[in-house]
Design a protein around this ligand. Structure first.
Ligand code: BV8
Length: 250
């Protein structure tokens, strides 16, 4: 049950953001919840309710049962194609533009694979875990632009290996350039915003702690506590679509 955000935390967080010369943001599935995208740990409902996400989002699961894993992602791809960014996504666009207008650095890092930050108009989005709207082949990572949805999964037209979503599965390395950029932003941030993440999946979950270590103020926006909550400078307990517009307001 979310507690009402104490005004002092909100006021202090707003003041710190307005003064910051460098801001870094990490988002998780929670920021897309109010767009109707189930959070990662809530994603397995209906057809998929008998699976745990960690059991489907792995190369081993795909190799063992490509049809089931492909279909789960096809389901999620169809869902994200039909939803819109929410006020939380739009607030981050406003915050980025305000930061740039005063010559401050602003870096948005997301664990999400739904593409909603780009759809909202965020300038630079560092995607740590890929994007399920993109598809590539399993063996050689050839990008695929079209494919026959009747095939589950379809095959690569260049090397005939199975197509898969262009996301980072558990046990797979994150794109090094994205991870390096995210770590640099966390190390340079004066204010680090952690929004809508359970702070469980590594190495993304270490970013707010790296920012704290480097001397940043850390703001957490989440209706529920996480492993970061006890360490954050300010905790804004509530949904991102309600809190972020207040935080980003001029
Ligand atoms: C790696 C893409 C090393 C797929 C995802 C053994 C071997 C290797 C690695 C490991 C291992 N054991 C552990 C690890 C590390 C592992 C890991 O962290 N495991 C966890 C389970 C402990 N990590 C990895 O495997 C990573 N790779 O370490 O590679 C390596 C190095 C070199 C060579 C080879 C290997 C890869 C991790 C990436 C996995 N892929 N996604 C897909 O989406 O299908 S992760 C997945 O979890 C999503 O991206 C998601 O974003 C991410 C994190 O989850 P959250 O975003 O936080 O979402 P969640 O549902 O958990 O929480 C939602 C939150 O929102 C909640 O807190 C809720 O309260 C809040 N909320 C709800 N509503 C709202 C809200 N907040 C605000 N407003 C609201 N309205």
């Amino acid at each position: 049950m979310a507690h009402p955000t104490p005004p002092p935390d909100l006021a202090a967080a707003r003041a710190a953001l307005s003064r910051a010369r460098s801001i870094a943001v990490l988002t998780g599935a929670g920021i897309s919840a109010e767009s109707g995208v189930p959070t990662f740990r809530d994603a397995l409902t209906g057809l998929w309710s008998r699976f745990r996400p960690e059991d489907l989002a792995t190369p081993e699961a795909f190799s063992a049962d490509p049809a089931t894993v492909w279909s789960w992602y096809a389901d999620r791809r169809a869902r994200v194609a039909s939803v819109q960014p929410n006020a939380g996504h739009h607030a981050l666009v406003a915050m980025e533009r305000a930061a740039h207008a005063r010559g401050a650095a602003f870096t948005l890092v997301t664990q999400n694979v739904d593409g909603l930050h780009q759809a909202a108009g965020s300038g630079t989005v560092i995607e740590l875990h890929g994007n399920l709207r993109r598809v590539k082949c399993f063996d050689r990572h050839h990008p695929a632009v079209t494919w026959d949805e009747r095939e589950t999964p379809p095959r690569c037209t260049q090397c005939a290996s199975l197509l898969r979503p262009d996301v980072v599965w558990f046990g797979e390395a994150l794109p090094q350039a994205a991870l390096d950029a995210a770590c640099a932003a966390a190390g340079a941030a004066q204010v680090f915003l952690s929004i809508g993440t359970s702070t469980l999946v590594e190495p993304a979950a270490s970013l707010p702690f790296a920012a704290l270590q480097a001397g940043a103020c850390v703001i957490e926006v989440n209706p529920a506590p996480t492993p970061l909550t006890a360490h954050a400078t300010w905790v804004l307990a509530g949904p991102a679509a309600a809190i972020m517009p207040v935080l980003a307001a001029p």
